[in-house]
Write a protein that binds this ligand. Structure first.
Ligand SMILES: CC(C)(C)CCc1c(C(=O)O)[nH]c(=O)[nH]c1=O
Length: 313
């Protein structure tokens, strides 16, 4: 069997990528990712200016996953644009994704996308909608009106292919609402999910939190989040126009977890916490384990079971 994955018109050797934020801050990390067994890769979410991010400890691995409040540390949009333009020229046969964020809210999102529109980068962009909006409002993706307004403003000038990275939703009505907003636009993909926001992990020896920023509150990743990730992949796949592909992110530690994301309709798969814990070798292990599952089930390709989750009705 083959793990070949087609995504926005390109066929990758396998569906695996890093999740933005992990192993993707510098060109050295990015080149190592590109040379790994991963099928593709995505850059750290870029803001207009380089950012130090929050004081450490700001990322901690724990038994069942991870907690982080990095605060968008990154080398700035120009750095990643420069890398992306060079990389698309030197490796035209290896498309990747450039992640874009905003720390100042609405206007910075628009300005960052305008800069990419005017640049020579022609590849995919992942717009991270988990970023803060104006104070007093929730993160962008939890404000449906502002998300609609933002995408409307971007699509007024942006002609290159892009998708959005979404936080998890937990209410069926919210799945309906965000899908209704996104279906208005010619998005190429939706990536579900970002970390589950504002969790709290307590150290059992010291009775204290484990990360310094935000009194210990941080995004949760890893084993903890798989049921929520699978539900968001499935719910968005069921609701979005078929032209909008899904990237499945969250709780992928084994080939079986990857297989379940594909069953829910994901085209590509991103690995964050487990990549942080295991290093680049995680991609060899995951491809081996996923291949073994296809063999055991007699599937020749992912297409034969992608989106084929059974229900009990
Ligand atoms: C949470 C934000 C800092 C607003 C965006 C960047 C980000 C971070 C981060 O840089 O803290 N961590 C995540 O798990 N997901 C993210 O999208």
């Amino acid at each position: 069997p083959t793990l070949q994955a087609t995504f926005y018109g390109h066929t990758y050797d396998n569906p695996f990528m890093n999740a933005s934020g992990v192993h993707c801050m510098t060109m050295t990390e990015l080149d190592a990712l590109a040379d790994s067994a991963a099928g593709s890769f995505v850059t750290k979410s870029a803001t207009a200016e380089a950012r130090e991010g929050n004081p450490e400890p700001r990322y901690v691995n724990v038994d069942l996953g991870s907690i982080n409040s990095m605060g968008l540390p990154n080398l700035g949009l120009d750095y990643y644009l420069d890398y992306a333009i060079k990389r698309q020229a030197s490796h035209p046969d290896q498309p990747f994704v450039m992640s874009v964020a905003s720390y100042q809210g609405f206007d910075e999102y628009v300005a960052n996308m305008r800069k990419i529109q005017e640049s020579d980068y022609t590849g995919l962009v992942e717009l991270n909608l988990s970023c803060p909006n104006v104070p007093g409002k929730p993160q962008m993706a939890y404000d449906f009106e502002d998300t609609d307004r933002l995408l409307t403003e971007i699509f007024a000038f942006y002609t290159k292919p892009f998708g959005v990275k979404l936080p998890p939703y937990f209410d069926i009505m919210h799945f309906d609402k965000i899908a209704a907003v996104l279906n208005q636009f010619d998005l190429k993909f939706v990536n579900c999910i970002n970390s589950i926001g504002n969790g709290l992990y307590i150290d059992e020896v010291t009775d204290t939190v484990v990360i310094k920023p935000k009194g210990g509150f941080g995004g949760i990743g890893g084993e903890y989040v798989k049921p929520t990730a699978l539900a968001n992949v499935r719910a968005l796949k069921q609701r979005l126009n078929p032209s909008i592909e899904i990237i499945g992110t969250g709780g992928i530690l084994t080939g079986r977890d990857a297989y379940e994301h594909l069953l829910c309709g994901a085209s590509m798969l991103q690995v964050g916490t487990q990549l942080e814990k295991e290093g680049l070798g995680v991609f060899e292990r995951l491809t081996k384990e996923l291949l073994a599952i296809l063999e055991a089930k007699g599937y020749a390709s992912i297409a034969e079971f992608k989106g084929m989750l059974g229900t009990l009705d």
